[in-house]
Ligand binder design. Structure first.
Ligand code: GLA
Length: 385
């Protein structure tokens, strides 16, 4: 990412040199819709990022400029409320959380932009939130710990963007490490860096280029459905706190009471946690093919039981089943659009990409984008030139 343009825009608008922060988007290898159920995820930060240029302005307001949308926004920092300007909310939400936690945030100016595709399920919003939280902590010498930055960013998404997301995206953005995934327990936030050695395979993302409007309302509905399942199980097993504590036999006991939809949602989550743990063992053994099977299993569950896929995502995953170049494929992120993640044989990559793009064009009349991403470090300050 060339951050020069963003730095220059900052200097043009505000007449001084900014501090620069880089904050990445993320992928997730397996473990989808498990984070807000106290389960496990396996995300990694990627080499697509937001760049945040920031500086104190000595006033009581913030002046924001989106480099990509070429729009500005300004507000006083007292008593912040969600704004009509969607992109501003990711920054304002973070300021609001930090203020509520007792930190004093002085006036500041900010220009941001980046190459995390928006709406592709690569968490451009988390990248921006985490970048803003980190930048503010640096700028005002607050010394906020990284996990706490991720929590502020998550809460900003809840309160200023209206999505009751889990911690995965923000945690991956802040804590990412080159060539490693994060194996994160979303209950305790214990995690380990999991080396990713895909041998002769490489990660290719296929971007459906759709984002169905259902995405955020259905996301919040899934969360409620999981809570309903937990509440039913708790009647017999009061020690249960979340789906993390529920086994399939326990779920069977309440099947009649909760009905098919809630049953299917809960079953998917329980199975996905099991798939992730088994998948990590397979990766440790160097069994990429076995891991790929788990990815397909994850997609089937997301599509048939959790019902967060869409025809475009299903088409892309199904297409790979007929090609020997791909060992595993599944939808990634919240669903209803965005990307699939694919493990593709390196030497077959070019041929695979042109075949799947052509097939997608024929089926949906859309030129699909693909991204080859590398696993990168988390949010950090950049040296300024
Ligand atoms: C979105 C949310 C995450 C997570 C995924 C699904 O990316 O922001 O917290 O729930 O969906 O795994």
């Amino acid at each position: 990412m060339d951050f020069k343009g963003i730095q220059e825009k900052f200097e043009e608008l505000y007449g001084k040199a900014p501090m620069l922060v880089r904050s990445p988007g993320r992928i997730n290898l397996i473990g989808e819709h498990t984070d807000y159920n106290d389960g496990f995820v396996l995300p990694a930060a990627i080499d697509k990022e937001m760049i945040i240029a920031i500086s104190e302005n000595g006033r009581t307001n913030c002046r924001l400029y989106s480099y990509d949308f070429q729009e500005s926004f300004e507000t006083e920092l007292g008593n912040l409320k969600p704004s009509e300007t969607g992109w501003a909310n990711y920054i304002l939400g973070v300021v609001d959380q930090m203020q509520k936690a007792g930190y004093t945030i002085g006036g500041f100016d900010c220009v941001f932009g980046g190459n995390v595709p928006v709406g592709a399920g690569l968490s451009s919003s988390a990248a921006l939130e985490c970048g803003a939280a980190f930048a503010l902590s640096q700028l005002f010498n607050l010394g906020v710990e990284r996990t706490q930055l991720a929590k502020f960013a998550q809460k900003a998404e809840h309160e200023f963007a209206g999505v009751k997301c889990g911690i995965m995206d923000q945690f991956a953005s802040v804590m990412g490490k080159e060539n490693h995934a994060l194996r994160l327990d979303c209950r305790s936030l214990d995690f380990s860096y999991f080396p990713i050695n895909l041998q002769n395979y490489q990660i290719v993302l296929c971007d459906t280029q759709v984002k169905h409007s259902l995405a955020s309302s259905e996301y919040n509905t899934r969360r409620q459905e999981c809570e309903q399942g937990v509440a039913a199980v708790q009647q017999k097993h009061p020690e249960v706190k979340s789906l993390r504590d529920v086994t399939l036999p326990m779920l069977e006991e309440v099947k009649q009471a909760i009905g098919t939809v809630v049953y299917n949602r809960c079953r998917y989550v329980i199975e996905e946690n099991e798939r992730l743990l088994a998948g990590c063992t397979l990766l440790e053994q160097g069994n990429i093919e076995g891991f790929g099977e788990k990815m397909y299993g994850s997609h089937t569950g997301l599509s048939a039981l959790y019902e967060v896929s869409c025809p475009e995502l299903d088409f892309l995953v199904d297409f790979t089943k007929n090609t020997a170049a791909v060992v595993g494929s599944r939808m990634m992120g919240g669903g209803f659009g965005g990307c699939t993640i694919n493990l593709v044989l390196k030497e077959e990559k070019e041929a695979f990409i042109s075949q799947i793009r052509e097939a997608y064009r024929q089926e949906f009349g859309v030129d699909m984008k693909t991204y080859e991403v590398a696993i990168s470090n988390g949010t950090s300050q950049l040296a300024t030139a």
